[in-house]
Design a protein around this ligand. Structure first.
Ligand SMILES: [Fe+2]
Ligand SMILES: [Fe+2]
Length: 270
């Protein structure tokens, strides 16, 4: 079970509206994150099917991971609706589901259970570092409620990473994955992390707010803002450390790999 409860632990009435209400980029970021997080039940179901050999993993996925991810979505949704109550969240979310659900199937899973655990580690690296950046951004805006909320989420994501790491190691005892295979999955997941779901979230907001066909150039502007945020607030060294951990490298190799991973992240726009 989640170690915090957004209904009790987040005081939405204490939000400093002046600091955030005019920030449309922040609105987009938090709304997109709420859409993706709140849809975690679909992933939990697919993952539980994939790991039906492992009742302990399934229990953790259903009783902890899924509940915590959905809580992230609910907590962010409430923040968005508190600050921007005129936004038809539900309507935009329904559009998001139309675009996003066809992508959520076990067909996109890795070929082995160990490699899929590894892919989940990369996803959790993405979320951990993203919420760490959001927390830092919220602090720079001097909005303590958002800083507190994103800190809670950040802690959960790091915890998810360590669970998936544990299961990755468990499966790797029998799968004996080589570094090349591991690196391939890392790079592949890094590519995916930077794209589709965020763009679909953006598209749904755009369509509902403008009542118009999606204009890709507005997404390019959003990405520019995202890059600006990353430059100031993204914890790159934490991301690199978490990304490289499954490679289990010695110190010399690790030093060699840092610029490779950093370079890959740059190319991918992370
Ligand atoms: Fe989450
Ligand atoms: Fe997570």
């Amino acid at each position: 079970m989640a170690r915090w409860d957004y209904k009790k632990d987040i005081d939405y009435n204490a939000i400093d509206m002046q600091k955030v209400r005019g920030d449309s980029f922040l609105f987009q970021l938090l709304t997109i994150a709420s859409f993706i997080e709140i849809t975690s039940d679909t992933y939990a179901k697919n993952l539980s099917e994939y790991y039906d050999d492992n009742p302990k993993a399934v229990q953790w996925l259903q009783e902890d991971w899924e509940k915590e991810e959905i809580q992230h979505g609910e907590a962010l949704k409430r923040y968005v609706l508190h600050v921007w109550p005129e936004f038809p969240w539900q309507k935009a979310y329904e559009r998001f589901l139309e675009l996003y659900l066809p992508l959520c199937n076990t067909g996109s899973f890795q070929p082995t259970r160990g490699l899929e655990m590894l892919a989940r580690m990369i996803v959790e690296t993405g979320t951990s570092t993203m919420y760490r950046a959001f927390e830092d951004y919220a602090k720079s805006l001097d909005e303590p409620v958002l800083a507190g909320l994103t800190h809670y989420i950040y802690k959960d994501e790091v915890n998810h990473y360590s669970y998936f790491d544990r299961y990755f190691k468990y499966y790797n005892q029998s799968e004996n994955l080589g570094r090349k295979e591991i690196l391939q999955v890392i790079v592949q997941r890094l590519k995916e992390a930077s794209s589709e779901d965020i763009e679909m979230g953006f598209q749904s907001i755009y369509e509902i707010q403008n009542d118009a066909v999606f204009d890709r150039s507005s997404y390019e502007l959003f990405k520019k803002e995202l890059n600006k945020l990353a430059k100031k607030h993204y914890p790159y060294s934490m991301a690199i450390k978490m990304t490289m951990q499954p490679l289990n490298l010695n110190k010399t190799l690790e030093t060699t790999m840092v610029p490779v991973i950093r370079g890959a992240m740059k190319v991918l726009g992370i």
